[in-house]
Design a binder for this molecule. Structure first.
Ligand code: SAM
Length: 248
């Protein structure tokens, strides 16, 4: 059997394209790419002429069968996405799963990933975190998701479109509180790279006054909720609060 390689590509700066990633893509028999036209430009720049086929969310099941058949014939196949690490808010999960189930060797060629890059410079606790990908676009569904995360104590990481940044910060202020610490990491590794931290309300005002924050690509990181006070403290508060209210 051939091998299925899952290959990371740059998230902006082409200097981050690792020599090993380039070599694997050059030597592969077939590259499955999200947007073949987009990736063709990148590969051409690096003199990689390997045949490409498209792999989207909607054709992933069928494509998986084809890719696995190629591996079974002894060909080596590389999987890439438009930017960064495949499968991370990008297609590829089904292909990898089916390939592993079929006994095909699946190997990573690690490299850029926006969430890891953002977390590595955000200055938020990084020992435990949850990656939430993109929040639902619809207001109600987004609110529900945020409510589910309100008590989460691990650092929260979201991908967000700049167009929705203000709206999302507003929704987060409502659910997490205006004083929750957060970081916006935009255009990482690119020319107008910015990492801005502050409370959610500070970031909301910053985003409103900074037109660039509405363009490009960004990762939004939010400090986890402070751990709930222990049960006894809570019980004491529950009893005391109504009393405090009626004191003169
Ligand atoms: N697979 C990619 C990865 O490994 O990070 C992510 C793909 S996802 C479709 C694209 C999202 O990643 C963008 O909307 C943005 O939230 C984030 N992103 C990608 N490149 C970025 C960059 N250079 N700076 C900040 N965020 C970026």
């Amino acid at each position: 059997n051939g091998t299925l390689y899952v290959v990371a590509t740059p998230i902006g700066n082409l200097g981050d394209f690792s020599p090993r990633a380039q070599q694997i893509l050059r030597e592969a028999d077939l590259i499955a790419a999200e947007d073949t036209r987009h990736s063709a430009a990148l590969l051409r720049h690096f003199g990689i002429a390997t045949t490409m086929i498209s792999l989207h969310e909607y054709n992933e099941r069928r494509r998986a069968e084809l890719l696995i058949a190629r591996c079974r014939e002894g060909l080596s196949v590389a999987l890439i996405s438009d930017a960064g690490t495949p499968l991370i808010s990008d297609p590829g999960y089904r292909v990898v799963r089916q390939a592993r189930q079929a006994g095909i060797e699946v190997l990573p060629v690690p490299g850029p990933c926006a969430l890891v890059a953002a977390l590595s410079v955000a200055g938020l606790p990084s020992d435990r975190f949850v990656f939430e990908g993109f929040l639902p676009a619809k207001t109600g569904a987004r609110q529900t998701r945020l409510l589910q995360l309100a008590e989460e104590s691990r650092t929260l990481i979201f991908y967000e479109t700049p167009r929705r940044l203000l709206e999302t910060l507003q929704a987060m202020i409502e659910v997490f509180g205006a004083d929750r610490e957060a970081v916006v990491a935009r255009e990482l590794t690119k020319r107008y790279e910015t990492v801005q931290g502050g409370t959610l309300s500070f970031l909301f005002n910053w985003a409103r006054q900074t037109p660039e924050s509405g363009r490009g690509e960004l990762v939004l990181l939010v400090h986890g909720a402070e751990k709930k006070q222990d049960a006894m403290q809570q019980e004491a508060l529950r009893v005391l609060q109504p009393l405090v209210a009626v004191l003169p």
